[in-house]
Ligand binder design. Structure first.
Ligand code: HEC
Length: 119
């Protein structure tokens, strides 16, 4: 009786583990997901977050540590071309969903780590 009980407990633990792990991966920041889904990484690296730009020739800056310069509210305006940064407007106008833009802007604001050292 006792033996079958501990067997049941062990089995339960094995069964539940994948669900707990799945839960964990869902906690990935929606802003980071939005950044990738909206192909910001076509032009931008975020080396501190392990994101590599897809277009090697792109002149767009690495966005690591960008959160130390501006806040989320500014990023929303900047990405809608309503504000400029370093005297320039963004080269690309936002065409996606507002909620995604909010999430991305929040995520950008959270980026305080400087760029990973290059080689
Ligand atoms: C077609 C290439 C391209 C894409 C796609 C792109 N960007 Fe940019 N981005 C640039 C370039 C180039 C700059 C430098 C300023 C300029 O000329 O617009 C820049 C500048 C920025 C800056 C300011 C960086 C600084 O330090 O001045 C932020 C923030 C930014 N982009 C965020 C984004 C986000 C978020 C997305 C996705 C929604 C995105 N970018 C998509 C090319 C791109």
């Amino acid at each position: 009786m006792r033996k079958s009980f501990s067997f049941a407990v062990t089995t339960f633990c094995f069964l539940i583990t994948p669900f707990l792990l799945a839960q964990e991966s869902k906690t990935e920041d929606p802003g980071k997901k939005g950044f990738l889904d909206n192909k910001c990484n076509m032009c931008h690296s975020v080396s501190a977050e392990g994101i590599e730009k897809k277009t090697a020739a792109s002149k767009a800056p690495d966005l690591s540590g960008i959160g130390a310069k501006q806040n989320a509210e500014f990023f929303v305006k900047f990405l809608k071309k309503e504000a400029d940064m370093n005297g320039k407007k963004h080269s690309k106008s936002w065409t996606g969903k507002d909620t995604d833009l909010q999430a991305i802007a929040k995520w950008l604001e959270s980026l305080k780590k400087p760029a990973a050292a290059t080689k």
